[in-house]
Design a binder for this molecule. Sequence first.
Ligand code: CS2
Ligand code: MN
Length: 387
Amino acid sequence: MTLLQSWRWYGPNDPVTLQDIKQAGATGIVSALHHVPHGAVWQLEEIQERKRIIEEAGLTWAVVESVPVHEAIKTRNADCELYLENYRQSLRNLAACGLKTVCYNFMPVLDWTRTNLELELENGAKALYFDWADLAVFDLFILKRAGAEQDYAPAIVAKAKERHKQSSETDLKRLHDIILMGVPTEGSITLEQLTDSIEIYKNIGHAGLQENLAYFLESIMDVCEEEGIVMTIHPDDPPFPILGLPRIASSKEDLLHIIQRVDRKPNGICFCTGSLGAGGHNNPVEILKAVGHRVYFAHLRNVRKDAEGNFFESDHLDGDVDMYGVMRELVAINREREQPIPFRPDHGHQMLDDLHKVTNPGYSAIGRLKGLAELRGLEMGIERSLY
Ligand code: CS2
Ligand code: MN
């Protein structure tokens, strides 16, 4: 049994069609009802409708990514119980439609963060990029967060000041928009909202956020067990604290803590090599060996870091992540499973014809097609030579 080759599809508005995905060779669809406001119950009819569209194209809806966890749950505020009940109801409705693998994240306020969505590579393709000095420009001069300077190395602060001097209004606006950008169709947040959230999370802190995650998991595990659902937490991206916000899913220790703190089978992990691999403290192969028994979904992509810790998303088989090592381990884990583990190429470069199209950052077709093709070949090579 091979891994399940999957592909994220944003729904009927995604410029990449289900037909395109079939040509790319994926059979599992990773999708979500992005139009449903965060925290609202996913209605049965809506789930059925999305499922129907996917199946009519001859594909299967393999993973729900994501059922977003409302900020009320992450911060455990007064509305928490209401949103937990909504979450449980969404899970029940998904299970009623046969959808049993769910991805989510527990990153405060922002999902993944980059500072440039079109870093031009030597070959002309474009990649997503994270740069510390640019983040510092945002933090110090756009967000103007109190005490921000202390969170950066002096050399980065100096660089940021210099860069800020040379930035035009347009440059700063672009940086502002990129950092505050949300998942396509789910919308962005404002600077004011971000500032308010930073204050709230300052009081919660690292340990508090860990507790809030444990509370969330404990509140949904019975439903998951009853319905046969597995939850997979997506690691923090990037895997270190930014903008003064706490991070609790950034390392091997964090992931072990999560699965041990609520030690029940549905409490699983979405193993994202690109997110984990962006941290110098992480060795993805080692992490997979430690937590593999709870990995029910994988995101495979690569990153290349420089000495300062800036990183860009590199080709799937070429970067700091030992993709051969990861795939070898994943294939071994998959062989012990009854259901194949779904994986998707996560992001890809914007390249070839896609350079002339409007695409979702990281989610253009051709770059992911290339990534998927390489990963599929790698898997087959491992299968044929080792087993
Ligand atoms: C995704 C995340 O594009 C990506 O990097 O892996 O947006 C992911 O869907 C969420 O963090 C999971 O909740
Ligand atoms: Mn990912």
